[in-house]
Design a protein around this ligand. Structure first.
Ligand SMILES: *[C@@H]1O[C@H](CO)[C@@H](O)[C@H](O)[C@H]1NC(C)=O
Ligand SMILES: *[C@@H]1O[C@H](CO)[C@@H](O)[C@H](O)[C@H]1NC(C)=O
Ligand SMILES: *[C@@H]1O[C@H](CO)[C@@H](O)[C@H](O)[C@H]1NC(C)=O
Length: 194
């Protein structure tokens, strides 16, 4: 009876002591924090991630009177990247997604890339947003021909440039579309010559 009661009191004491004084033990996967053993109310701890991991969130937290932690615990995120996404009508090349690796994005035929083509894995994130592949509008092509013709027909270069830019403005083409049209034109000429 005596032992049972002593044990009972011990448990009660321990529960009440922890009720008064401690926060739940901190956790940080792939990292470390500046405490060992129970953390008392109003204590502050700091967090650090292991090599090859990057800390997301606050690197410190405090044990509050209501036995919660604030701000909440951070996480340690791998500095390697997740596999990148594929844009609609596009794809990427590269098979290394580790820290510092690069990949390149490409679009299918008839689509042009808007965004950053070459990207690097920096601290677990790809360096730019996923690019977009846009359909090249076929309609402005005759306009482009017209612009080129205007360019060829002019006697001096300044006038030629002016005419060309004028035609281009009227066509409503974007620079990307122009670039692509010129590439097509180049390919056409090359094919004719061979
Ligand atoms: C928490 O408080 C107890 C005394 O109540 C003390 O012995 C212990 O060292 C304190 N813990 C820390 C981490 O300061
Ligand atoms: C915690 O982060 C702050 C900046 O947010 C920095 O100045 C400080 O050195 C960091 N502390 C540790 C232990 O990493
Ligand atoms: C590519 O991956 C291999 C392991 O598969 C690794 O040894 C190499 O360092 C990686 N290259 C880069 C640039 O991260």
């Amino acid at each position: 009876m005596f032992f049972w009661c002593a044990c009972c009191l011990m448990v009660a004491w321990r529960v009440s002591a922890s009720d008064v004084g401690h926060c739940p033990d901190p956790v940080l996967v792939n990292g470390e924090f500046s405490s060992s053993g129970p953390v008392n109310v109003s204590d502050k701890i700091t967090f650090m991630c292991n090599d090859h991991y990057i800390l997301k969130g606050s690197n410190r937290s405090q044990c509050l009177e209501d036995h919660t932690w604030a701000p909440p615990f951070p996480i340690c995120k791998s500095r390697d990247c997740d596999p990148p996404g594929n844009p609609v009508h596009g794809y990427f090349e590269g098979n290394n997604f580790t820290l510092g690796s690069t990949i390149s994005y490409y679009c299918e035929d008839r689509y042009y890339l808007v965004g950053v083509q070459e990207q690097q894995c920096v601290d677990g994130e790809w360096s730019s947003a996923l690019p977009v592949c846009k359909l090249i509008q076929e309609a402005p092509k005759p306009e482009c021909e017209k612009a080129l013709l205007a360019f060829q027909e002019s006697k001096n270069l300044c006038e030629a440039m002016e005419n060309f830019m004028q035609q281009l403005k009227e066509s409503g083409m974007t620079m990307e579309e122009l670039k692509y049209s010129l590439e097509l034109k180049k390919a056409e000429l090359k094919a004719k010559l061979l």
